[in-house]
Design a protein around this ligand. Structure first.
Ligand SMILES: Nc1ncnc2c1ncn2[C@@H]1O[C@H](COP(=O)(O)OP(=O)(O)O)[C@@H](O)[C@H]1O
Ligand SMILES: [Mg+2]
Ligand SMILES: [Zn+2]
Length: 424
């Protein structure tokens, strides 16, 4: 993509409405814009990252034996009344009325809808287990939408549901999902921990949260990496550093580490919580009717994009982990009025594209300082600098966004070096 033709509206100033780095940087890098409180537009650059994250999740979910589908956002009130959650969810559910005065909720989560689908289609133990998932816009009228897409009122979630004939089956699938989640968050480049948690509005017997370590997180955990022990910290809200209580590891008795965290995923052992209330049953080996044993597994897809920035940025901007970077390289001709600079950059750009590398070309007639600032702001891992001075020595400069490492190479050497750097 040529920057001169792209829709990447970067900003120099730090927007006053944004308090945390990811929100500031997503606005400044032209990734998102606000439409209304807790409601955001994903611009092309932001959407590219979202799609990358989505694809990583999709690959791991499919590998774990889950099948993708797409459920409606409009949920009839009657369905939510079957579980009593029309009342329980209350104000947090966005509601609409159709022309016949029928009430609907905009889905904040999909246990009712998926259970209704499965109870109509899956009648026998022979058809179990079933694991289904989707990527979808969720609506939650959060009391305090904040930090941009981190806590939105409309956001993208991956939600997955498993249906088993017994607890043993659920245990296997729950473990598969936990492993898939670990793979996903590792591939996203996260430093994360898994912690046992409350089940909240979704409910069930047992649940785990996947927490990205970041000091702007809304919650906090204690962890001991030697023993793989983690626990949630109580109410870190507003807590100053000196009020953080010490916590000894129940296993090795050493002091545990403390960190604020961002919840990016949540898995629930639901048991029969929904199937019993919704009369969602199958016939077992003896021909007896039994409720499905369910699990549900959510990931905040859009929140991951923000969490990645919280964990990886500096004073100049975003530092994308390669796996989710919107582009892998950016070619910076520092003086496009110099024919040799322009042609060399164009040639490199064409060759990189030809190799299937996602590359940006800053072909704008801008000062070098402006180009460097924007490249650092949007956080592309590999910068390829073509300058008049460099070419006089027959050299091109390759700079890594993350480490600042610089390579000065001939034009001929540059191409294979870039390919090598991107693949590492
Ligand atoms: N308002 C929100 N904005 C963005 N992402 C959210 C929001 N609420 C939840 N998520 C993401 O969706 C995942 C699954 O949601 P869930 O655990 O049901 O929500 P919660 O933890 O808010 O009760 C969470 O782990 C989180 O990553
Ligand atoms: Mg949760
Ligand atoms: Zn320990």
């Amino acid at each position: 993509m040529r920057l001169s033709q792209s829709f990447i509206p970067t900003m120099k100033e730090i927007p006053s409405e944004a308090q945390i780095p990811s929100h500031q940087l997503m606005l400044r890098a032209g990734m998102i814009r606000k439409l209304s409180s807790g409601v955001y537009e994903f611009l092309p650059l932001g959407y590219m990252v979202l799609k990358k994250v989505e694809q990583i999740i999709r690959e791991e979910m499919n590998a774990a034996g889950a099948q993708e589908l797409l459920l409606p956002a409009l949920h009839p009130k009657e369905l939510w009344e079957e579980t009593g959650r029309w009342e329980i969810y209350g104000e947090e559910m966005m509601k609409v009325i159709d022309r016949n005065k029928r009430q609907f909720g905009l889905g904040p989560t999909h246990e009712e809808v998926i259970t209704d689908l499965v109870r109509k289609e899956v009648k026998s133990y022979r058809q179990l287990p079933v694991i289904l998932y989707q990527f979808q816009t969720k609506f939650r009228d959060e009391i305090r939408p904040r930090f941009g897409i981190m806590r939105g009122r409309e956001f993208i979630m991956k939600d997955c549901y498993s249906f088993d004939k017994d607890e043993a089956g659920l245990k296997i699938n729950y473990q598969k999902m936990v492993q898939a989640y670990k793979n996903i968050f590792t591939r996203c480049g996260f430093d994360f921990r898994m912690v046992q948690a409350d089940s909240g509005n979704i409910g069930g017997n047992l649940s785990h949260e996947f927490m990205v370590l970041a000091n702007t997180g809304e919650e906090a955990i204690y962890y001991c990496d030697a023993c793989q022990v983690t626990m949630k910290a109580k109410e870190p809200e507003g807590a100053a550093a000196e009020t953080i209580e010490k916590q000894l590891c129940p296993s090795c008795q050493k002091e545990m580490k403390y960190s604020r965290v961002i919840e990016v995923g949540h898995t629930f052992n639901l048991g029969t919580k929904y199937s019993a209330k919704m009369n969602a049953t199958y016939l077992d080996e003896k021909g007896e009717s039994q409720p499905y044993i369910m699990g549900c597994y959510g990931i905040g897809v859009s929140r991951i994009v923000a969490a990645a920035i919280e964990q990886s940025h500096d004073a100049n901007g975003i530092i994308w982990p390669k796996q989710i970077s919107p582009y892998q390289a950016i070619v910076l001709p520092l003086d496009v009025t110099n024919e040799q600079v322009k042609n060399t950059a164009e040639d490199l750009y064409a060759r990189l594209k030809g190799q299937g590398i996602e590359v940006l070309l800053d072909d704008r007639d801008e000062r070098a300082g402006v180009k460097f600032k924007d490249a650092d702001l949007i956080g592309i891992p590999v910068k390829v600098v073509v300058s008049t001075r460099g070419l006089a020595e027959g050299k091109i400069e390759i700079k890594l966004r993350q480490t600042g490492e610089v390579f000065k190479l001939s034009v001929a050497e540059a191409l294979s070096k870039i390919t090598e750097l991107i693949q590492v």
